[in-house]
Design a protein around this ligand. Structure first.
Ligand code: NAD
Ligand code: UFG
Length: 349
């Protein structure tokens, strides 16, 4: 009996693999490395001392997914694989709809064929669009404002329709808020391509001297200091949330959405201050105009996940900053090896 992890070489997936392996799960991992590097796989093995099977497979190849299910006794899936850059999704919507939605349709079709109906899905707080009330509860109306967010919203609806059609399905829709941080070992972390779009990787590259200064997008929001407020969650806490969600989908049926956040909001300038204290590095910044599409304030009501999943985010903002800095300073160029000796079985497309 194994758990299939799609997108397991990515930022959140790799941290989830570590937690699952440490808990004793047998894993089968697939990724096409479109936004990750093979080196992460040996680092997961190094941290955990555990092995797992890896397939370099694209979810757009239904035959390849089918072949994995034929080779392994899979009893549940945690589905991270997908594209996630908001700006790129606006410029290339078809790429996003195709990869995220067709990939998920293929996966669900193959799961159904092999009698596997337990699924944990990576959704996002982005499905709430512009929040009309704070904190955000799961029953808020959805209204994603960009193609990336709409892929998540559509997939949520597809998964709900699946359950209506077949009551064996058991699905957790995990709506992540702002994942940051890295594993405490400093061996795995977020490795964005090019100049980061998100706040934390940008701050850490300024601290490392790779970028000159942080652009703070707006200081005229109705927040504590005028800068944008978000709910940052340590990626290891987030990974642990997947374990709890997995336990629940294995025991129940139905479709449920859960906010995974800390339940607290922090402004951009509070993040700068916390990072400076944790790293001992100065973060020069300049105030710029608001970033189009940004909301002023967004944080989660996490009661449903606390109660139904018996999960709570435990790590502090200091942990998030310290672990980000350890990852950044130990791996200034991210994952650098171009080749890696991982057990990878190439499947025919
Ligand atoms: P990531 O890009 O680091 O990881 C995603 C992984 O999926 C990558 O390794 C990529 O190579 C792989 N992948 C993409 N398309 C694939 C395909 N067709 N077939 C096989 N593999 C494929 O992203 P992440 O930050 O780890 O996010 C994981 C999931 O969580 C994504 O679905 C993302 O949309 C969602 N999410 C992320 C955030 C965030 O801020 N990081 C917030 C909310 C939701
Ligand atoms: N910010 C800056 N400067 C930067 C980057 C960000 O001031 O260089 C500010 C933003 O304006 C915002 C805050 O920092 O106020 C956080 O911005 P991020 O880009 O880190 O995160 P977002 O909340 O905008 O979006 C992220 C992901 C989305 C996801 C959402 C909720 O990029 O995909 O979290 O999960 F949907």
């Amino acid at each position: 009996m194994a758990i299939l992890i799609t997108g397991g070489a990515g930022y959140i997936g790799s941290h989830a693999c570590v937690e699952l392996l440490n808990t004793g799960y047998e894993l089968v991992v697939l990724d096409n490395f479109s936004n990750s590097k093979p080196e992460v796989l040996s680092r997961i093995k190094e941290i955990t001392g555990k092995n797992f099977t890896f397939y370099e497979v694209d979810l757009l190849s239904k035959e390849a997914i089918d072949s994995i299910f034929s080779r392994h006794d899979i009893n549940a899936v945690i589905h991270f694989a997908g594209y996630k850059a908001v700006g790129e999704s606006v410029c290339e919507p078809l790429k996003y709809y195709h990869n995220n939605i067709t990939g998920t349709l293929n996966l669900c079709d193959v799961m159904n064929k092999h009698g596997v109906h337990d699924l944990v899905f990576s959704s996002s707080a982005t499905v709430y669009g512009i929040p009309h009330q704070i904190p955000i509860t799961e029953d808020f109306p959805l209204g994603a404002t960009n193609p990336y967010g709409r892929t998540k919203q559509m997939i949520e609806e597809i998964l709900r329709d699946l359950y209506v059609s077949d009551k064996r399905w058991s699905v957790a829709l995990l709506r992540y808020f702002n994942p940051i941080g890295a594993h405490e070992s400093g061996r795995i972390g977020e490795d964005p391509n090019g100049i980061p779009n998100n706040l934390m990787p940008y701050i850490s590259q300024v601290a490392a001297g790779k970028l000159e200064q942080l652009n703070v997008f707006g200081d005229d929001y109705e927040t504590v200091d005028g800068t944008g407020v978000r709910d940052y969650i340590h990626v290891v806490d987030l990974a642990k949330g997947h374990l709890k969600a997995l336990e629940r989908v294995l025991l129940t049926t139905g479709v449920d959405a859960y906010n995974l956040g800390s339940g607290f909001g922090h402004s951009v300038l509070e993040m700068v201050d916390a990072f400076e204290q944790a790293s001992g590095q100065e973060i020069p910044y300049v105030i710029k105009d608001r970033r189009p599409g940004d909301v002023g304030i967004c944080f989660a009501d996490t009661q449903k996940a606390n109660q139904n999943l018996n999960w709570v985010a435990e790590k502090t903002l200091t942990d998030m900053c310290k672990d980000t800095w350890k990852w950044q300073s130990n791996n200034p160029a991210g994952y650098t090896k171009t080749q890696d000796h991982v057990t990878s079985i190439q499947l025919a497309p």
